[in-house]
Design a protein around this ligand. Sequence first.
Ligand code: 8YV
Length: 325
Amino acid sequence: EPTRRRIFVTRQIPGAALDRLCQLHDVSIWPDRVPPTPTELLERVAGCDGLLTMLSDRIDESVMKAAGPQLKVVSNYAVGYNNIDLVAARERGIRVGNTPDVLSAATADLAVTLLLAAARLVPEASAQVREGRWGAWEPDVLLGVEPAGRTLGVIGMGRIGKTFAERMVGGWGMKLLYTSRAAKQDVDESLGGRHVEIDELLRESDFISLHVALNDETRHLIDADAFAKMKSTAVIVNTARGEIIDQEALVDAIRNKQIFAAGLDVTTPEPLPPTHPLVGLPNVLILPHIGSATDTSRHAMSEIAVDNVLAGLSDSPLRCEVPLA
Ligand code: 8YV
């Protein structure tokens, strides 16, 4: 009979994957819909061998220390892992897992949704109907911009960036510019992409979508200078992380009509208070971080996250392991 290990799961997750974990190990699941506070997290991780965590849980050195030296694995229920201190994990020999690929289609679909909806001023149009402001039809109100044949700038050509680009190039015949550490031959060949410096992308693109991970190099990558380079008809979409955009600069860019519209699935902070100036802007569409929120994607994420915990507990490479070196 193998040893039952202690695992803390910081939120209930969809699907049956957790049952597999519970059969083999002693699993405690945070019972509330509100995430544990940092203090509650420190208390609950004590003595754990594995953690199954979410973006809203900051897993820093203090949490790893509070867990104890037996902690082997932190399995994040997300593709991103900016909530985890990777240096501290490496120093302690803790494996870190994530859930890539299975959410790429859902997230790319949401980026398409945001792009089209922001470009056609859907939030304002819908608000007019709901608020009794639907006036007489006029030929020149609520005029949007069309993506067909225009230039798409994809910042970050990873799995989600590429899935998004495939949709927009395939469906709307867009010309593709992209940034990434290196040019990608398959993107250039199959999607007609051109690897460019970010300044050229900002200047030339009609639609810009962010698909980079959040780190010290990408924090506020899109700042006042970046908005100043964009076309006044540009639409920007963010399904990556809120902190990649300097939000005050975005508010100014929208107010000063430096760009046409924005569609955001991620903000700083999350949740964004309804009093935040961004919320009141008619040509900004904001969604509550639902990029991976499909039944298909979340169930598959649950399976990977649980597989990652199980592998980590048995000192095996994880199904999806975040490289720490
Ligand atoms: C999740 C995400 O909804 O995977 C990511 O990185 O941002 C989303 O899929 C979120 O992380 C839940 O923890």
